[in-house]
Write a protein that binds this ligand. Structure first.
Ligand code: PLP
Length: 369
């Protein structure tokens, strides 16, 4: 039996009628950009997270980029972030004109290690972008304390973690703003690209609102340089139909993770995900550590079990960032993780039979490697 890494069709089958009605509604209206649907989604997301504002944009990447710009981050500034993330975290910082400064991770959670932040702070540091990786929040309290002490802004990369919590506080609500991605495979996925900035700071909300429409607050009057980065009405309608299901889907992911945890516990050489006690994870992915990772991944692939490496190259060692001058050995814990991690099938609709199949394949792969 083949088990895919994610199965968007399985989810669609459970909400087909709601989705089709939502899309048809927009098509009937013939209103596609920054409409009532988008405003309705912004209100619903703000109320779901518990922030005062939410501003829809074209992608999670743009959510980070426009947040940085809204906070005045630009050329000459440094922005501290984790070495272990999807590349968007880094390219948003570079595209804002700033210099990314990477810190190593806590090898247990894969999130940035707060103890390594302070030594990385310089006179030029303007902001920190913690990433809530794989569905689990970074250790925010020490990060928030450092930000306060040094006068730094905090932009939470919440692309993988809508619905997660840290000491009871929702992911994306703790810093100056949070950035959510609606990429189709994320926990709340649109039917195309989309993203949103969440914040309780009216100035940030207003700045992002202007930046997404060419830096304009009044049509054809432009106070700053912005861009075209809007969430469209069809995506907003799809997301509005899906949002009421999100908590239940995240709960299903947690149950699936607990099943994997139990079944994989006995296998030699496998480390299942560690969730810190103050966190509620939404398991965007289920990522294990295996010593013979490449062989195991190859076995799984051959057995028809979807798997992926999140991520094979630490951000500071990506070719595009050569100019920053990082070298092998600069982020040893991240480098080790990038050689050992493999993500296995995780989505709410996974069946027990499918998970048994995955566990069997892993068990065989380990014996064969
Ligand atoms: C997906 C993702 C992004 C970017 O989101 P897009 O909507 O694809 O632009 C940013 N950061 C992280 C950690 C992500 O996983």
């Amino acid at each position: 039996m083949n088990v895919p890494l994610v199965d968007l069709k399985a989810q669609y089958a459970t909400i087909r009628d709601e989705i089709e009605a939502a899309i048809r509604g927009v098509v009937e209206e013939q209103q596609f950009v920054l409409t009532g649907k988008v405003e309705q989604l912004e209100e619903s997301i703000a109320s779901y997270i518990g922030t005062k504002y939410a501003v829809g944009v074209a992608s999670g990447t743009d959510a980070i980029l426009l947040s940085l710009k809204a906070l005045g981050v630009g050329p000459g500034d440094e922005v501290i972030t984790t070495a272990f993330s999807f590349f968007a975290t880094a390219d948003a910082i570079v595209n804002a004109g700033a210099r990314p400064v990477f810190v190593d991770i806590d090898p247990k959670t894969f999130n940035l290690d707060p103890a390594l932040i302070e030594p990385a702070i310089t006179k030029r540091t303007k902001a920190i972008v913690p990433v809530h990786l794989f569905g689990q929040c970074a250790d925010m309290d020490p990060i928030l304390r450092l930000a306060q002490k040094h006068g730094l802004k905090i932009i939470e990369d919440t692309a993988q973690s809508i619905g997660a919590a840290y000491t009871g506080r929702p992911a994306g609500s703790m810093g100056d703003c949070g950035c959510i991605s609606f990429f189709p495979a994320k926990n709340l996925g649109a039917y195309g690209d989309g993203g949103i900035v969440i914040t309780s700071d009216p100035e940030i909300a207003e700045a992002v609102r202007a930046l997404r429409v060419h830096g304009s607050q009044t049509r054809y009057h432009h106070e700053r340089i912005g861009t075209n980065s809007r969430l469209d009405a069809i995506q907003a309608a799809v997301l509005l139909a899906k949002l009421p299901h999100l908590d239940e889907w995240n709960e299903k992911r947690r149950q699936n993770a607990a099943y994997y945890d139990r079944k994989l516990a006995g296998l030699d050489g496998i480390q299942t995900p560690y969730i810190a006690p103050q966190n509620v994870s939404v398991y965007h992915v289920y990522t294990i550590r295996v010593r013979a990772r490449d062989k195991v991944a190859e076995h799984l692939d051959k057995a028809g079990i979807g798997c992926a490496i999140h991520y094979p190259v630490p951000l500071p060692l990506q070719k595009a960032l050569d100019y920053l001058g990082y070298e092998q050995g600069d982020v040893p814990k991240c480098e080790q993780a990038s050689k050992e991690v493999v993500s296995i099938p995780m989505y709410p609709e996974l069946t027990q039979q499918q998970m048994d199949e995955v566990v069997n394949a892993i068990s065989k792969a380990i014996r064969g490697s």
